[in-house]
Design a protein around this ligand. Structure first.
Ligand code: ARG
Length: 293
């Protein structure tokens, strides 16, 4: 695979907000004007794709599937590291139909040599992919959220499959139901995170591994704007429209924000990070990967 960051995204053609499985989802707002909402979603998704490409990434787009509106959030499809794919299992019946679709997407990627192994979780466990399990390249570990969606028991499996340390982070509230809504490691070693989303033990685990000068705390306003759900590539951070306070904070750490109006997807409780899945992550970075990071 080339050294360019490689992302999966999903065509938004069948995206809608027609059920509610997290507190942000607003089916009634969508219903007021589904056509306009879909048109906005299409252009928001195109803008995100373009922004990633402008940052030097390659983006592969998978097809939309009718009646699986949340397929637009491929971060939840799997955990991918070193060409190994641990397929997700969704807690909510509304999303379980996505599993077969993502499985066939990964089989096709395997045939093309883009991934090597596809692994299933044991029965009885839930794990919602990279949305709840984020690789921290600098620290060489996975940060893994659990509680609202993913099972605590999945963490030992992740550790076994990838042979990497997994730091458990219990999520304290349904509002921040996936780790990627409240936690984002950055390339310089900083972590952008929203403290109230974590239990005391979770916060202690973060503080034990992230030095104070690397902690970038998001405010209520910044977290609610879905700005922690960001894609970081080198000194660029691609995210939903951000409050000025966050721009200033990240700029002080040397990052440039690339903002996109992702409001149609925020009506479903998601934004930039969860609309993507990175496929080229390796535990040991090559010189080329480091240059691109
Ligand atoms: N409506 C989707 C759900 O509740 C949004 C998922 C967003 N994904 C994420 N990784 N935060 O599952």
């Amino acid at each position: 695979m080339s050294a360019r960051p490689f992302f999966l995204m999903t065509d938004p053609d069948h995206f809608e907000v027609c059920y509610q499985i997290n507190p942000w989802m607003q089916p009634r707002a969508w219903k007021q004007d589904p056509k306009a909402c879909l048109a906005e979603a299409r252009s928001a998704s195109a803008d995100l794709k373009q922004a990633l490409k402008d940052c030097g990434a390659q983006v592969e787009t998978i097809g939309a599937v009718r009646d699986l509106p949340d397929l637009v959030f491929p971060a939840n499809a799997a955990i991918v590291l070193d060409g190994r794919v641990l397929l997700a299992r969704f807690r909510c019946p509304e999303r379980q139909g996505e599993e077969a679709i993502f499985r066939s997407v990964f089989s096709r990627l395997k045939k093309r040599g883009i991934v090597q192994d596809i692994i299933d979780l044991p029965e009885g466990l839930f794990q919602e992919g990279a949305g709840d399990c984020i690789w921290d390249l600098g620290r060489q570990l996975f940060w893994a959220g659990y509680g609202p969606r993913s099972s605590r028991g999945a963490l030992a499996i992740i550790q076994g499959v990838f042979g990497q340390e997994v730091v458990p982070l219990q999520l304290a509230t349904d509002r921040y139901y996936h780790l990627d809504t409240c936690f984002c490691p950055l390339s310089g070693g900083e972590v952008l995170y929203y403290p109230p989303a974590f239990t005391e033990a979770g916060l202690a685990a973060i503080h034990a591994r992230v030095a104070p000068h690397h902690r970038v705390e998001a405010t209520d306003e910044e977290a609610q704007a879905f700005c922690v759900n960001a894609v970081n590539l080198g000194h660029k951070v691609v995210m939903a429209r951000a409050p000025a306070s966050l721009k200033a904070k990240l700029r002080a750490h040397g990052y440039d924000l690339v903002e996109i109006d992702l409001s149609p997807f925020m009506l479903s409780g998601g934004a930039a990070y969860c609309m993507t899945l990175r496929l080229d992550r390796t535990s040991v970075p090559s010189a080329a990967t480091l240059a691109a990071e």
